[in-house]
Design a protein around this ligand. Sequence first.
Ligand SMILES: NC(=O)c1ccc[n+]([C@@H]2O[C@H](COP(=O)([O-])OP(=O)(O)OC[C@H]3O[C@@H](n4cnc5c(N)ncnc54)[C@H](OP(=O)(O)O)[C@@H]3O)[C@@H](O)[C@H]2O)c1
Length: 459
Amino acid sequence: MSVGRRQVVRHVLRVVELAALPVPPESGTLFAGRRFIVVDDGCGIALELAAMLERQGAEVRTPRDVDGPCDGLIHLGALRPAATSVLPEAYEGVRRALSGGLRWLVVASGAGGRFGQPFEGGIGDPRPGAGLRGLARTVAQEYPEVLVRALDVDTKDTPRAIASRMMAELLDPAAPVVVGHEGGLRRGLSLVPAELGGDPVVPLETDAVVLLTGGARGITARVALELARTSKCHIEVMGRTPEPVGEPAYPDIPDEAGLRRALVAAGRTQEIEATIRRTLVDREIRRNLESLREHAASVRYHSGDVRDAQTIRDVLSDVHRRHGRLDGIVHGAGLVENRLIQDKTPVSFERVYRTKVDGACALAQAAKPNLGFFAVLGGLAGVHGVRGESDHAAASDACAALAHMWRTRLRGRVLVADWARWGTGGEAGPIEPGAGAAALLWEIAHGDETQVVFTGAVT
Ligand SMILES: NC(=O)c1ccc[n+]([C@@H]2O[C@H](COP(=O)([O-])OP(=O)(O)OC[C@H]3O[C@@H](n4cnc5c(N)ncnc54)[C@H](OP(=O)(O)O)[C@@H]3O)[C@@H](O)[C@H]2O)c1
């Protein structure tokens, strides 16, 4: 189905079988004189792979982190026993290696060779490698000369078997970026259009309560408005900006250029751009809260940072105290700091990544298990990789991986919805915001996928 009445196309990810690769030759000169870093997994895979690479003429080091220039980087950090998430920290080493003229990049996760689905605890934990696929897909877009693989492996296989399969992937330039290995099976992920049936129902009662992080601005404000318009429910929104109070600044000046002229004419010499930004953000929030109040049963704005778990717990307790219920959460808070990897600092990567991922984890942890739905808004970059969006790609992909964990705790609908960025066109076409919001509500009401991708219909 094209949801949003034929304007939005819904896609789902499917695991597909890939042809097995030939067993790599025992020895030779395939990597003669090449320097490899194999970031150690501590379980023997790095040592096996190092030996295989050396038999092909490579010089190999197996440190615990990227410690110098190299031609090939194999990052096995997520395979260490009891590893916690390697991202966002691992980004810095990958970026450094890329800046030194990398030729081969492999990042490994240990989610079982089936990309973490389904996960019920124990082996195959998606957390340590969460986000690596999204990062790898973006590296492949920005560095077409580098052979890039995100390999998901089953750590129950022997280190030698896993290393041998990694070696085979290094020798196959035509393979897809994301590949899973489980025993002798080799798998990939494919994005396929999938219609969703059902009647257009709103998944909420009128006295329902929904919290939308980021809901006072941007696309999440559109989702909030669509929810309020169609369900008349209670809306709680959250952002870092303090709630605007008092009279709005410069009410007669509608645009940025006019504000700049007015500030200069008033003799302002400092913080002109910051004042303009604050004024525009303040207006956007006021406008959106006003529109929401026209439709919702009630509207409450919470000022706070989603990355802070205590703040999230406080907001959720406040909602429960006032309403006695919370029916759904939409985590739309996010930052847009798009830059190519060569210009994207680890600090910026971490800020964008943590806003999406730490925020989502804090919400999933603080919510009561009977929450009706938990929807995270991600970007198309997570499934395709988009130049300049390594941070979004990694964060969206991490949420898709972690959703399998959240599902073990939350009994209601858990969903990561990756959206085509509207207004930018692209081969699939942009999504009109209202239609995108309607598609999300339709999905919450009728779908059962952990991850869906919405793009605009090709016209
Ligand atoms: N725009 C698109 O077309 C598009 C497409 C696909 C996916 N997305 C995703 O949607 C997200 C938002 O995009 P947008 O275009 O709507 O951006 P936006 O207009 O800048 O809105 C971002 C919202 O997130 C809030 N926010 C940011 N950091 C926060 C934090 N630490 N704690 C609480 N709230 C925070 C912002 O409020 P404050 O500034 O007040 O904190 C704002 O309300 C992005 O993460 C992106 O991945 C967007």
